[in-house]
Design a protein around this ligand. Structure first.
Ligand SMILES: NC(=O)c1ccc[n+]([C@@H]2O[C@H](COP(=O)([O-])OP(=O)(O)OC[C@H]3O[C@@H](n4cnc5c(N)ncnc54)[C@H](OP(=O)(O)O)[C@@H]3O)[C@@H](O)[C@H]2O)c1
Length: 271
């Protein structure tokens, strides 16, 4: 099996894409370290993995970078190394930029961007010492463009591209690979947990997510991309074409997106 004897650390493994990735990696022979805040849900996911006893639940808050080195030490105690780190933990947004306080904007950056960077700082020195390893980053189509009610979320995903593209150039002569994975819509609770301007959860699943690809199908394709050590991959439905629309026809993109965006967010235009 392609990932047997591999230790895979996944942040945000308690639900959605992270949970599906944990199960998919376990099916390919990996021992998985499952991190997120909700320990009970991590435990449930561990039980759904192949060979549950091979895996480890490691509760962690992505926004608490001071706790990450201690968490990483626990992985080393049990497994001695991390072969693949998947930076997946993330929180979405449903608020207009003009209405969103800096505290909410910082929160989104702390979880989505600094969380990924901080955990990368944990695994990277040992990967460099072994000259071996892989970091997979779950970004988004929003790493290339932005839409109404998503300014800080899109900023956090753009920031991931800037950081990890730079890191990749530094690792060019090493045995460490960076894989940027950019989902379109995937049927998860991402919009349910999205932050509104007061920091509370949006609480609803957007219509676009209701009819999107399942997390299991996504995970199957994402793990294949990681196995092939792809640099960058877009995974989703027709919405991923917006990346090419933005790149090659930016004026059409900027005309259409503000007018059509409400169609995918349950008809909500302003927050
Ligand atoms: N679903 C989509 O359509 C879509 C599209 C593009 C990109 N993505 C990206 O995919 C990734 C996974 O999202 P999802 O769709 O699977 O949504 P999800 O079901 O809401 O999962 C989000 C995961 O992130 C974890 N998380 C959130 N805040 C955290 C924190 N402070 N510390 C640690 N973990 C935290 C959650 O765990 P706890 O709450 O237990 O901490 C959960 O496991 C995110 O980075 C998201 O931006 C998703």
């Amino acid at each position: 099996m392609p990932f047997s004897n591999h230790i895979v650390w996944i942040s945000g493994a308690s639900s959605g894409i992270g949970a599906a990735l944990a199960i998919e990696f376990s099916r390919h022979g990996a021992s998985v370290v499952l991190s997120a805040r909700r320990t009970d849900m991590l435990e449930e996911v561990r039980q759904r993995c192949a060979r549950p006893d091979d895996h480890m639940v490691l509760p962690l808050d992505a926004a608490r970078s001071d706790t990450h080195p201690g968490a990483y030490e626990k992985i080393l105690e049990r497994y001695g190394r991390v072969d693949v780190f998947v930076a997946n933990a993330g929180v979405d947004q449903r608020s207009r930029a003009a209405n969103t306080p800096l505290s909410v904007e910082r929160r989104i950056m702390e979880v989505n961007y600094f969380g990924a960077v901080s955990m990368t700082h944990c695994v990277l020195p040992d990967m460099l010492a072994r000259d071996k390893g892989q970091i997979a980053v779950i970004s988004s189509v929003m790493g290339y463009l932005s839409t109404p009610l998503h300014s800080s979320y899109a900023a956090s995903k753009h920031a991931l591209h800037g950081y990890f593209e730079g890191l990749r150039t530094e690792l060019i002569r090493s045995g460490i690979d960076i894989t940027m994975i950019c989902p379109g819509y995937v049927r998860t609770d991402i919009s349910v947990h999205a932050l509104r301007r007061d920091g509370s959860e949006y609480g609803k699943m957007d219509s676009a997510h209701k009819s999107a690809m399942t997390a299991e199908v996504f995970a199957h394709r994402a793990v294949r991309a990681i196995r092939r050590r792809r640099s960058e991959v877009l995974i989703g439905g027709p919405e991923i074409l917006t990346v090419f629309l933005k790149r090659f026809f930016p004026r059409i993109f900027r005309f259409l997106v503000p007018r059509l965006h409400h169609l995918v967010t349950n008809g909500n235009r302003s927050k």
